[in-house]
Design a protein around this ligand. Sequence first.
Ligand SMILES: [Zn+2]
Length: 225
Amino acid sequence: MAKVSKKSKHRLRTERRYAAASIANWIVPTAGALSALVMGAGTYAQLLRPAEATPIAAAPWLLAGGALGLAGAIWFGGPRAAIRVGDAGLAIERGGALQRMPWYAITSVSVSGDALIAEGKDDTGANCTLRVSRTKDVNVAGRIAAEASARIPNVVNLGDEGFGYDEQAGDIVNLEPLHLAGRRCTASATAIAFESDARLCPKCERVYHHAHLPAECACGAALSG
Ligand SMILES: [Zn+2]
């Protein structure tokens, strides 16, 4: 019989990364192109107008508005704008920065018109809302709906909405192993001094001290030490 190595106890954590169509491809051509046009007009009016022409009062505002819009378009629409869904929860990736919303910190997953909306807190405790277009980002919305329903069913309210999606879509990304020493037990607030004392809910990734492990996680999953 094959020996089970200690390492295999640590499940490989992965997530899927989706270039977000409704952010990257929709905002960039419209907001980006418009901003560039506005900035061009502002620049012309402010800097290049003939000396004898009447100054255009709105020019500085056109310039500022154009630059702001362009910065927004770059921030939201850079080539690396993406959404990630996996063991670590949901993540919004913008221009190299990653904002993570762990499953256990998500307080609501719902639909409103075309949008699938996940609300909660990110891993720094700041409020976080992720909106995904169900028609433009079919595969992201579908995976979020499926994983949220399986992992955190108590806060998912999708009614009878259907979410067909391609399960193979998205690039699989391996996640760094979690470091749990220094965290606090969800049930007892006991500080976890050693990695070996920590127990992780496999569905929502809440952390518990092994001596205070409840039979059932706050997400509803059954736990065993
Ligand atoms: Zn859990």
